[in-house]
Design a protein around this ligand. Structure first.
Ligand code: NAD
Length: 507
């Protein structure tokens, strides 16, 4: 029996999630699945006027939502997590259809949403500030945290839903409405998530104002409407460093708040004492998982010269045997690249590496499905020097491997790139480990020991330094970015002493 056409699978999955939006709008924006390169839907794009109207609606929603007690707001997120659990399979499939992830990674992304919702429910009773000692008698000083305002969320194609939820779950318990501009390459998953949230909103009842969570469909222009609007208090933008360079200054110019989650050029260091088998498995997932299309993908590897001949041939063997295939039909570990331009970017980087003396293993295009789909064998490139394409993020499965003899020199190379997102060291030597994690060690927002660069848990704050943008979202105290802080000093005495002993006697 022939397999169902992909557009029919898409329509069915969207319907299961509760999406009622038309998926066949004439002249609308084409949504292309990287699985086959076919168009699976055409969507209506929001106009500038519609974006403005949506922002106004969010602003009105803020006035109501900020007054709902935080634990009640948490109840909405609890219900959302319940609905997500019910729709996990369908949402996971949408991630596979739109982003080409393996079923396990698609489901993992939905699990990440469930996890951050659970985290946020607990957080809704813990949005606390400090009580601070004051120098004035009969006074009390404290911090209070209040809802911030409308949160505009811009997301990238490679994580079509989890980063939205890292922001949305926190923002909702913090008292902020959310407005989501998903990647133009993965808008369907966004509509599906919104439909699932709508089910939770229906159960939650009237306390939730209309427009509490909205999705805006379109490309950069729609994102810009949020970026430029003074009504949007916080922009949380996930995507390329190129995008961040445009968005960051625009938000700063209007004194808005901004969380930037941008590109990385993540590396690992394999030390002589490493557990080689563990390192091999961690590097394989970090470098080849999601077809190299994670912000945290391992892109550079520094291997001590004494173990180079142990780990690199084993890695090449793993690369040669890894399964590449249609994620909807096979249990392949590596799915497609997102599109033709991603493939061309990979080819260009490999050509550049070869011209600099690099030796390439893999990287060949695989004939899987129609010509419009871009599947590749992940590539491992032995580089004589840390230069050329090694210094930038190419969003494809390329791992550049280099040798080192001196640990400090390896650390220096490790940090000598623009990206500052994720990093890993493989060692059982306590000194090397501690140096890597110290002030002179990895300069990334994520520094791991004996695990790979990707696959972060939601409990920690996620984000990176330098060209990664400096933003933090998800766990730890990232919630503070979604609230405004007030310092309150209360005088319960009968005197009016001024701080620092200043006097101002008006007689
Ligand atoms: P991209 O920058 O092309 O697009 C990301 C989003 O930004 C899209 O929704 C796009 O429409 C929007 N956008 C682009 N220009 C804009 C503008 N001028 N104003 C407003 N919005 C604009 O990125 P991509 O190709 O979708 O994703 C891959 C990139 O994202 C990689 O660099 C990857 O490392 C990065 N990424 C980072 C993280 C992180 O958490 N640090 C997570 C996922 C992806």
């Amino acid at each position: 029996m022939p397999a169902k056409p992909l557009d029919a699978v898409t329509a069915e999955t969207m319907k299961n999630c509760g999406v009622t939006t038309s998926l066949n709008v004439e002249g609308g924006m084409a949504v292309v699945s990287p699985v086959s390169g076919e168009t699976v839907a055409t969507l209506k794009v929001h106009t500038a006027a519609e974006a403005e109207a949506a922002i106004a609606k969010s602003s009105a929603a803020f006035r109501t939502w900020r007054m709902v007690p935080a634990p009640r707001r948490g109840e909405l997120v609890r219900l959302f997590a319940e609905e997500l659990r019910k729709s996990k399979e369908d949402l996971g499939r949408m991630v596979s259809i739109e982003a080409g992830k393996s079923p396990s990674e698609g489901l993992g992304e939905v699990q990440e949403m469930i996890d951050i919702c659970d985290f946020s429910v607990g957080l809704s009773r813990q949005l606390y500030g400090l009580t601070i000692a004051t120098e004035r008698p009969g006074h009390r000083m404290m911090e209070t945290w209040h809802p911030l305002g409308v949160v505009g969320i811009i997301t990238a194609f490679n994580f079509p839903c989890a980063p939205w939820c890292w922001n949305a779950a926190l923002a909702l318990v913090c008292g902020d409405p959310v407005l989501w501009k998903p990647s133009e390459k993965t808008p369907l998953t966004a509509l599906a998530c919104q439909a699932v949230l709508d089910r939770a909103l229906a159960r939650f009842g009237k306390e939730a104002p209309e427009g509490l969570s909205q999705v805006l469909i379109g490309g950069p222009a729609v994102g810009e409407a949020m970026v430029d609007s003074e009504t949007v208090a916080l922009i949380s933008a996930t995507g390329s460093t190129r995008m961040g360079r445009i968005v960051g200054p625009k938000v700063a110019a209007r004194f808005g708040k901004c969380i930037l989650e941008l590109g990385g050029n993540n590396a690992g260091i394999v030390c002589p004492s490493a557990d080689m088998d563990m390192a091999l498995r961690a590097i394989a997932f970090g470098a080849m998982g999601t077809a190299g299309q994670r912000c945290t993908t391992m892109r550079r590897l520094f291997v001590h010269e004494s173990v180079y001949d142990q780990i690199v041939p084993a890695l090449k063997k793993a690369y040669a045997s890894v399964s590449v295939g249609n994620p909807l039909e096979t249990p392949a570990l590596v799915g497609p690249l997102i599109d033709k331009s991603a493939y061309e970017g990979m080819v260009a980087a490999l050509d550049e590496a070869k011209a600099l003396g690099g030796t390439v293993d893999g990287g060949e295009r695989q004939k899987i499905g129609p010509d419009t789909a871009y599947y590749v064998k992940p590539a491992i490139v032995e580089m004589p020097k840390h230069e050329g394409p090694v210094l930038r993020e190419t969003f494809a499965p390329i791992l550049y491997v280099m040798t080192y003899s001196d640990f400090d020199a390896a650390l220096e190379m490790h940090n000598a790139v623009g990206g500052g997102l994720s990093s890993a060291i493989f060692t059982t030597d306590l000194r090397e480990m501690e140096v890597f994690l110290s002030a002179k060690g990895s300069d990334c927002g994520i520094a791991n020991v004996n695990i790979g660069t990707s696959g972060a848990e939601i409990g920690g704050a996620f984000g990176g330094e330098k060209e990664t943008g400096g933003g933090r979202e998800s766990g730890s105290d990232a919630w503070r970015a979604y609230m405004r802080r007030a310092t309150n000093t209360i005088n319960y005495s009968t005197e009016l002493p001024l701080a620092q002993g200043v006097t101002f006697d008006i007689g």
